[in-house]
Design a protein around this ligand. Structure first.
Ligand SMILES: [Zn+2]
Length: 73
């Protein structure tokens, strides 16, 4: 068990990038230290989104597609 020492500050300043869900256009807060390939989930539709590109304050997200699933024919 990890015990977190919660420091509750009334105005915690967090630097966040903004990204948009490609599916429902909800705005996501993306931590600035997010790296390409990370998976975020959309608060709007619950979709899993992969970070495709981080370019300055601009984050590109793409719907996560699960590969390796063989459906057969
Ligand atoms: Zn969404």
């Amino acid at each position: 068990m990890i015990k977190q020492t919660a420091k509750l500050e009334p105005q915690e300043v967090k630097v966040m990038n903004k990204a948009k869900c490609p599916d429902c256009d909800a705005e996501l807060d993306v931590p600035v230290d997010t790296e390409k390939g990370e998976i975020l989930s959309c608060p709007g539709c619950g979709l899993e989104l992969e970070v495709k590109q981080v370019n300055g304050g601009c984050v590109d997200l793409q719907e996560l597609t699960i590969e390796g699933e063989d459906w057969g024919e």
